[in-house]
Design a protein. Sequence first.
Length: 173
Amino acid sequence: MTSKYLAHRRPGRRAAVAAGLVLAVGLGVSTQVPAQASVPAPATSSTAALRSVSGTTGQVVTRVADFYGAYIDAIVDYDPDARLETALRKHYLTPDFAKRLAAWEKKHGEDGVLHAQNAPRKWTVTDNGAVGNAHEVLVTLAFGNGETTQKIKLFVLVERYNHIVDIGTTSNR
């Protein structure tokens, strides 16, 4: 008997195997759904979809979001890491701006990156457009919780080589 003959001879067996695979896949999916449903939903809504965050290499908004996310993590973590905070500033800020920021912090007694004495609970980073040869990004920081939420808007100016040259409370536009 040739394999061609066997293939034509056993159509019922192939159908049974195919049905078994469909059933197995179906059971796999049905057993995964309860597991996924048991993952706690975000606190804001029990029906909210799972969140994702994406970015693009070389995109100014992504770079600023990466900086603020890592910076806030470094200062808020259970074991705050001053070395990481310094390294992030060195990596993302121009040397000239880092000096100006240190002077601003000494004068105001606040963290110059956040323009606050404590860390925000949430933040949003939004493109604000080109400013000459640079690019401006709006960073909105939310402090507190519930009824006592306070927001600060910062305008972050990024030069064309992707280094932050200014952080202020007014737009450079």
